[in-house]
Design a binder for this molecule. Sequence first.
Ligand code: ADP
Length: 875
Amino acid sequence: AGVPAHTAEQYLARLLRQGFSVAVCDQTEDSSQAKGLVKREVTRVVTPGTVLEENLLDSHKPNRLIAILPGERSGDEPRRYGIATADLAAGTVFLQELEGESALRSEFARQSPSECLLPEDPPMPAGLRAPSILPDGLADTLAVSRLKPAAFSPREANERVVARFSEGGRNKPAAANLKALSKKLPLAFAASGALVGYIEETFAGGNVLLSPPQEFDPETFLCLGESAIRSLELVQTLRNGSLEGSLLWAIDRTCSGAGSRVLREWLIRPLRQLEPLRARHDAVERLVEDFDLRAAIRTQIKSLADLERIAARLAANKATPRDLIALKETLQLLPQLDAHLSGGVGMLAASGPLPETGAAAPSLIGEIRAQLSGYEDLGELIARHMKETCSNIITEGGLINDGIDKELDRLRSISTGGKEWIASFQAAEAARSGIASLKVGYNRVFGYFIEISRANSHLVPKDYERRQTLTNAERYTTPELKEREAEVLGADEKICKLEQTIFLRLRDDVARSAERLHATGRALAELDALCSLAEVAHKKGHVRPVMSNSGRLVFEQMRHPVLEETLPKGELVPNDIALAAPVNGNAAGNAKDASVPQILLLTGPNMAGKSTYIRATALCTILAQMGAFVPAEKAEVGIVDRIFTRVGAADDLAGGRSTFMVEMTEVAEILAGCSDRSLVILDEVGRGTSTYDGVSLAWSIVEHLHQGRCKPRTLFATHYHELSALEEELPRVKNASASVKEWQGEITFLHRIVPGPSERSFGIHVARLAGVPASVLERAKAILIALEEQNGGRISNVTDGGAQVSENAPAAPRRKKLKPTAQDGQLQLFDPDPQQIDPNVKIILDQLRTIDPHQMTPLDALTALDKLVKKAGGS
Ligand code: ADP
């Protein structure tokens, strides 16, 4: 489709949003020089993962292109995937290999790529379909491009990647590095060949800023799986997928899109090593302490351009005139920012000696500062060349200052002189003809003309030649006008061409600094992210967490970071939490941890605050490990390597798995993947099945987490009161519950977590709050009492759906302690004893047993029913 060039971006944006790729064809020769048809070529293919244009990118989110090469399947082994990911605006390519579909899903959740490259399916025998490469549902929201399998071959990778990044093998160390990488991650390296090939093709000529592929080492990050990212609502809410209400929303006080992208990256990939965390916390602490400095930096950052993305466009020859102007303005502001940072630098640069070595610890802010200087010449170069305000189109002139190019100045004087001449020509002709309303104008088709209204046509001088007739006017020209026209138009056209040439030369000059500008952009983005963390910490009174390798996790007076933002002041109830994993085989870590549990079992009624409490713990841990301060009075975090969550009942209908299947798959992953350093969050495990099944599973899962190979710190919220007996069996398990105040039949949730198990679960009360009709509530109470009498005490769940009915049993005896018995492996919750059946009921039952409905007429049946109803005391 042909579209007007100046609206092309709008069309592109719409097509890309729908997952299309767009080939852009341009005239590649000057139409005035062309003989016959003007030559045209595809100059660029814009695809969702390779856009760089400012208006087509979300400034707050990274845009990623991912190439995936699956390994051969061997038996029952999980499939291996080689992954290469490019972020063109950041200029990076990362390689990694993953095992199994779930790991692939998690990687997609972390990266949210917008486009994916896969090899085409191999040819299959008739009637058979090739198995799909991606797990179901994964590619629903992104564009998928299938490439010929050859694009993913090691040979191609060698040609594309090794050749590109080692200057055709001349750069020996680079070539050796890449060789080593290809040995270590063969699948991912092959995928990077397809990735780089695709990028080069879409950028016709391959001019794009890319650093050589690097291995992505997951061991340096706190690993968050897909389920944790989703269920902890890190970047979007579960309810409607919006940013508002997520953790990112609650902590994002960045002043730039680039800063916001960095913050998101830090949140999704928190750190796992003490030293880089120390550096981040130090920087945040200094920025918290120096309010004026922080305010000054933030004000400055607001007026800075997105250098990272401008640098990427420069490298790809895509920078626009406005990009250069914005770049210049930003570069001119850097010395001021540098001065601010150095003003505070006595404080900022020196972070004190490292405890182990005594050497001065590197300061993040010092490193950022080092990226800000040395741009005076570049800023000055652009300032000298470019007009302050100009259009964003490079072919229409108006870009370049006077005094830059002699020829340009000469042409301009002709052009402006020409225009003055036309004004005086108009005045002279008006006087000569006596037509005061005579106008000299210009249009593209007819060039310069003299316009005279029809009413005055009798006054037109003899030497005028008619050019065009309008409804109310005639247009004329004269030989003199034609001559000037040629001169002026010629000059204007030449000016536009010359300005374009000068602009492109300038752009090439500036593009030589693209890589350095890119690093500066990243540094500024990090500074913004650090300021944002400091801003939140200061405004909300968060504390710096003490980080260690101790296996402890202690938050005193912890607040949920999102509720802290949304609940009215004073409503949020802070809570304490302390967990300790037995690190290095030492059962209780150290003496002070002897009383600190490894597993906290949390019981309590619905709505009492259990989920909030366990989520807050996970969120505070993530905050601590991303370098943020923590919403608590005191925080101590023994580094966590992975956070596992099993929260809520998330049906994966698209994936064809039932709620319970999803739940158990997640549990299986947790048990297989956790380590002594992990944090496990379990909310209501075992609810998707019957009570017996559920309690048994929950019970044995807790036992496994306590006694198994790995002993992760665990928070387990459950409705199964039976589990609280585990505290007596397992030394590192402790009970806690969400407390509730009951007064005159009304219940208040205190949202306070206290030691010891919950006594009751108040399910019927919650049902009343939710508006379940009174008749249903009354009946539920009656059933509850009957069931409890039958059971000789209290019971827990009675239905598959997990509806709670264990409320208000008057003076019920203490719950019978439940323990799975070795003989039958079942929990004896109900043992229906025929002796206990009410004699009146028994009579009715006996009578029912004598009836054979198949031998009865409808009338007999009615009569029999009537009798039974009367026996039962009905009308
Ligand atoms: P549960 O998991 O026990 O069913 P939730 O954690 O979902 O309960 O909490 C129910 C509601 O109580 C939440 O919507 C939340 O707004 C409120 N709440 C929970 N914890 C707190 C708290 N510490 N302070 C104030 N309100 C809270």
